[in-house]
Design a protein around this ligand. Structure first.
Ligand SMILES: *[C@@H]1O[C@H](CO)[C@@H](O)[C@H](O)[C@H]1NC(C)=O
Ligand SMILES: *[C@@H]1O[C@H](CO)[C@@H](O)[C@H](O)[C@H]1NC(C)=O
Ligand SMILES: *[C@@H]1O[C@H](CO)[C@@H](O)[C@H](O)[C@H]1NC(C)=O
Length: 211
């Protein structure tokens, strides 16, 4: 049994090329790492709300593992004093959630690393373990995580034939993109921008390598 996790940058396109180059392995068995970004988004919200990261769930990383990725908290829940509340209602600072929060996660959360005194290498190693553990054991009920996976057939209007980071749920070692989440105009624009970048990079790589 073969499962492939691509970590090296440009991770999304490397993963796509690897999948195309190994046609005997199902495309579903390939994924790329955006868990580091996901974990950072989660801890940013947690720090802001004064709760442990385990009390924050369902942040989403959309798109490329780069500075155009879109960390989205429109579906994120924060466990405050025992109840699950919408992230926007707990944080009560839309300007931050739509501004500095996004840029901080996109810029690799340097501030978080500095504050927590964890090296980036440790965080990456932990993210790889988190990613593989979730594939192996599944995601907890009602929770989703972010992974770069094959986009074909998704319901979010992301073009087919890309490796794009989506919210996924995993059961029986099989991931499924979480369907039916509402996407507002703010999110749409950001999801499209990161897709456009990946299309360009894919077409260049495919033309160059002839895969
Ligand atoms: C692909 O992954 C599935 C589990 O999701 C596994 O059962 C199957 O053996 C894998 N395919 C290959 C060719 O390794
Ligand atoms: C996508 O992200 C990777 C990793 O950060 C980066 O190397 C690559 O340049 C990005 N793609 C484009 C087209 O900018
Ligand atoms: C929320 O946190 C409390 C502890 O503060 C815990 O007892 C409860 O199970 C948590 N709820 C969820 C949905 O995680």
């Amino acid at each position: 049994m073969c499962l492939v996790l691509v970590v090296g940058n440009p991770a999304n396109t490397n993963c796509l090329i690897a999948a195309k180059s190994a046609p005997s392995i199902p495309k579903e068995n390939f994924s790329c790492l955006t868990r580091l970004d996901h974990n950072r988004a989660r801890s940013q919200v947690a720090i802001r709300c004064g709760v442990p990261a385990t009390h924050v769930r369902n942040v989403i990383i959309w798109g490329n593992h780069s500075s155009t990725q879109y960390p989205d908290v429109h579906h994120c829940l924060v466990n405050m004093s025992g109840s699950d509340l919408a992230c926007f209602d707990v944080v009560k600072d839309d300007a931050w959630l739509k501004g500095d929060f996004i840029t901080t996660v996109q810029q690799r959360g340097a501030a978080v690393i500095k504050a927590r005194k964890l090296s980036s290498a440790m965080s990456a190693a932990k993210a790889i373990c988190d990613h593989m553990r979730d594939i192996w054991s599944g995601t907890p009920e009602g929770e989703f995580t972010s992974m770069g996976v094959f986009s074909s057939g998704n319901s979010y209007g992301v073009p087919d034939d890309l490796i794009y980071s989506f919210p996924v749920q995993i059961k029986d070692k099989t991931w499924k993109i979480v369907e039916g989440l509402a996407i507002n105009d703010f999110s749409r624009t950001k999801m499209d921008a990161t897709a456009a970048e990946l299309i360009e990079e894919r077409d260049t790589a495919v033309a160059f390598l002839g895969v």
